[in-house]
Design a protein around this ligand. Structure first.
Ligand code: CA
Length: 234
């Protein structure tokens, strides 16, 4: 078992923790757990996990502070786990360096998909967009050298902003990006509040790449949080 397959679960509720541990063990992952934020931060450095599942509601530190402390010293992917209605906390954790989120209650399929994406993205950060190579998701393909995009083998003409938006989403495919993260990466740090830009360009982009723009297959909404480029088999 390599370090990359060890998952650290920071969760104070025994039932949720047991459910996560059983699901992960059945899929061949090793699991360590911590029931408090302080123990979780220590374990993140001691155990060198491949990914961290972090509950946002812990008895000592809140999840945003735990994310901050882990991020000071480690690039390990962090998936925050929260109750429904904690959108502001989720956004704060994602903007503070968490990589993705799950909302309770979640199914085992969803948990494992998020873990696979997190482990795959281990060596990348949300701020990196490739400048070479090709990435393909389903019918959608982007060539970073040529800055060209095809859907089902047919060239699609994108404006520079549309291309940049798609490149940012493809570079983080499978993973949620907050509205602010997308705005910063596509338009720059001064534009992080320009939600309208994002809505307008996301609509234009969907019309060019989605078979049914009103029911997006690739660029899906994460209500209240941001967008995710969905992948069938992460
Ligand atoms: Ca909790």
């Amino acid at each position: 078992m390599t370090g990359a397959e060890m998952i650290l679960v920071i969760e104070d509720e025994l039932n949720t923790r047991t459910l996560i541990q059983v699901t992960l063990a059945q899929s061949g992952y090793q699991c360590v757990h911590a029931a408090t934020g302080i123990a979780g931060v220590a374990a993140a450095f001691d155990c060198v996990p491949g990914a961290v599942l972090l509950d946002l509601g812990l008895p000592d530190l809140d999840g945003i502070e735990v994310t901050r402390r882990i991020r000071e010293r480690s690039p390990v992917p962090i998936i925050v786990v929260s109750a429904r209605g904690q959108e502001a906390d989720k956004i704060a954790a994602l903007d503070g360096g968490a990589n993705d989120y799950l909302t309770k209650p979640f199914g085992s399929g969803e948990l494992l998909a998020r873990i696979r994406v997190a482990l795959r993205s281990i060596s990348t950060t949300s701020e990196q967009v490739p400048t070479s190579g090709t990435t393909t998701r389903g019918d959608l393909s982007i060539n970073f050298d040529l800055r060209s995009v095809t859907v089902g083998g047919t060239d699609v003409y994108l404006t520079p902003i549309e291309y940049r938006l798609l490149a940012v989403m493809m570079a983080s495919s499978g993973r949620v990006l907050t509205h602010q993260q997308i705005l910063r990466q596509v338009w720059g740090p001064r534009y992080s509040a320009e939600m309208n830009y994002l809505r307008v360009y996301m609509k234009k982009l969907r019309h060019k790449i989605e078979p049914e723009p009103a029911r997006p297959k690739y660029l899906v909404n994460e209500p209240g949080i941001g967008y995710r480029l969905r992948v069938a088999n992460p």
